[in-house]
Each structure stands twice: as C-alpha cells, then as structure tokens.
Ligand binder design. Structure first.
Ligand SMILES: Nc1ncnc2c1ncn2[C@@H]1O[C@H](COP(=O)(O)OP(=O)(O)OP(=O)(O)O)[C@@H](O)[C@H]1O
Ligand SMILES: [Mg+2]
Length: 274
C-alpha cells in the first residue's frame, strides 16, 4: 500500500495550554503504535519542542532550512522513534527570522517532509502572528488544545476561525489539564463552540498530572518517562483517535494529498483563491 501523508497542526490561541507537550507525546505515541511520524517546530520564536524531546544540541535547525542554508533532511533528528525538525533559538537572528518567512521555501519544506512520513505534526505558536497562520495552513487537519477555562476557550475559538479561513479541518478539541472543581464542563465547552464556530466536539480530556512536571524536570517526554501515568494514557488514547480515518473529509494518500496540502498552503500564504 502507498504511504499515507497526514499533516496535523496542534494549536491553541492562548499560550501555555500544553501544545508542545501534547505534540511531542502524541508523536511518540503514534510512533509506538507503528506509524512513521515527523514533528516540526512551527514555533520559530520560542523553540521549545527540542527541549521537551530532550534535544539540546542540534547544529542544523528548521531556521537554517527556511533560510536556504540547509536541506530539510539535514535538520531531521531522530529521538524516541520520532523524527523531529527542531527550531534553534537564536536571539540575535530573531527579527530576521520572524519578519521574513519565505513562503515558497515553507511549501518546499512541507512537501518534502510529507513525502517521507505518515504523520507530520506541527507545533503551532500561540497568537495570530504570521508564523501561526503559516503553521496552521501547512496542515490539513488541526487539533486545538484548550484548558478548561473561558479565557483559553475564547482564544481557541479564534484559532478555529483562522483554520476555517485557511481551509484546515478541525477534527475536535483536546481539553488539557482537566481535574479542578472550577473547570468548565465538556457540555459548556461544546455549547460555547456550538454558539460560535458550529458543532465542534471535545475529542478527549487530558488530566492535570504532576508526572508531566516530573518528566519535564528529568528532560524526558512523559509518555516515555511514565507510559502508564494518567496523562500518558490519555495521550495514547488521543493517538488512537487521530490515527482513525473513518471521519476524515479527504483521502490521505500520497501524491495527490501532498499536492493538495501544498496548494492550500500556497493559497493561504499568498491570499490567492486558486
Ligand atoms: N496535562 C498536564 N498536566 C500538568 N501539567 C501540564 C500538562 N500539560 C502541560 N503541562 C504543563 O504546562 C506547561 C506548558 O506546557 P507547554 O509548554 O506544552 O505549553 P504550550 O502551549 O506549548 O506553551 P507555549 O504557548 O508557550 O508554546 C508546562 O510546564 C507543562 O509541564
Ligand atoms: Mg509551546
């Protein structure tokens, strides 16, 4: 059978909801379930993915690829069975990097990465900056991550609106750090979504779990640090849901799908309609 190509953006709107933690661990869970996974750090400014994956020394990064100084394959590192394209945090270059993302180069890189993997997960930066829009448009599917409070949910709603504009499909929400009595309920979340962006349901709750912090201190992703912790088990469940294809509004098969993704990305980047 031909290799599938699915691209999934993990986004939130508000910062600190758990995107990077979930992207890294979802990738590891999918890889453990036998899929080929590549994770791309779309957060050019903060570049936390490499840290969560325990990568401290990556001489070539996504920034070098975007600037044309390196090929995509030179910036791919493998850890815990997952390929990772990290972004280096280089303070002195930050203005250059953020103001001048070359859209054609992004298209080339995304299409090359998609040709070599089954799942491309993109850790999307918070906010509404250009890099946020590009990271969402570079994926065919999006899972927004919210915390169980209204301020997080409102920003999540904005991200879903953005995804609709660039034609990226929102499968449903992940609610992370669930467990306090003051949390808003799943019904309230779905009701809020119903009144704003239409029917978007909650895919899954990930519990508040101290093991995530312990793992972070140990420099190891939580699904590796303690695979049976409550958060790890939820993330494995999320991987099973995400791997399912029965709900997909498109056929994730190689060449055609990659072309479609790159065309959509191009439209989003240039504002063209065709
Ligand atoms: N399920 C969880 N239980 C407990 N702590 C969690 C959980 N998920 C994430 N965290 C903690 O929340 C903090 C933020 O997580 P993370 O860096 O993944 O968020 P982010 O959305 O990527 O943030 P940013 O917007 O800054 O990129 C981290 O300290 C992490 O350990
Ligand atoms: Mg992050």
């Amino acid at each position: 059978m031909r290799k599938k190509a699915r691209s999934i953006a993990v986004s939130s709107g508000k910062g600190g909801t758990g995107k990077t933690t979930l992207t890294a661990n979802l990738g590891i869970a999918l890889a453990n379930d036998g899929y080929e996974v590549t994770i791309l750090d779309g957060d050019l400014a903060m570049a936390n993915l490499g840290l969560i994956m325990g990568m401290n020394d990556c001489p070539v990064t996504f920034l070098d690829v975007l600037s044309g100084d390196a090929n995509p394959e030179d910036a791919v590192y493998e850890d815990y069975g997952v390929k990772v394209v990290p972004t280096g945090f280089r303070f002195e270059e930050i203005h250059e990097n953020l103001s001048d993302v070359d859209s054609e180069r992004v298209e080339e890189v995304v299409s090359e990465l998609l040709r070599k993997t089954e799942f491309l997960l993109i850790d999307v930066p918070a906010g509404m900056a250009e890099t946020t829009i590009i990271s969402i448009a570079a994926a065919r599917e999006m899972i927004p991550v919210t915390n169980p409070n209204y301020s997080s949910l409102v920003d999540c709603y904005k991200t879903i609106r953005l995804a609709n504009v660039v034609d990226t499909w929102t499968r449903g929400l992940v609610v992370n750090r669930v467990g306090r009595a003051s949390d808003i309920s799943r019904d309230e979340i779905e009701h809020f979504m119903g009144n704003t962006v239409g029917s978007i349901s909650v895919i899954l709750d990930v519990p508040e779990d101290d093991t995530v912090h312990e793992a972070e201190r140990a420099g190891v992703p939580v699904t590796v640090y303690e695979p049976t912790s409550p958060s790890s088990e939820s993330i494995y469940e999320l991987a099973r849901v995400m791997a399912g294809e029965s709900d997909l509004p498109y056929e994730p098969y190689e060449e055609g799908e990659i072309d479609q993704t790159v065309k959509r990305l191009s439209r989003a980047l240039t504002g063209r309609k065709s």
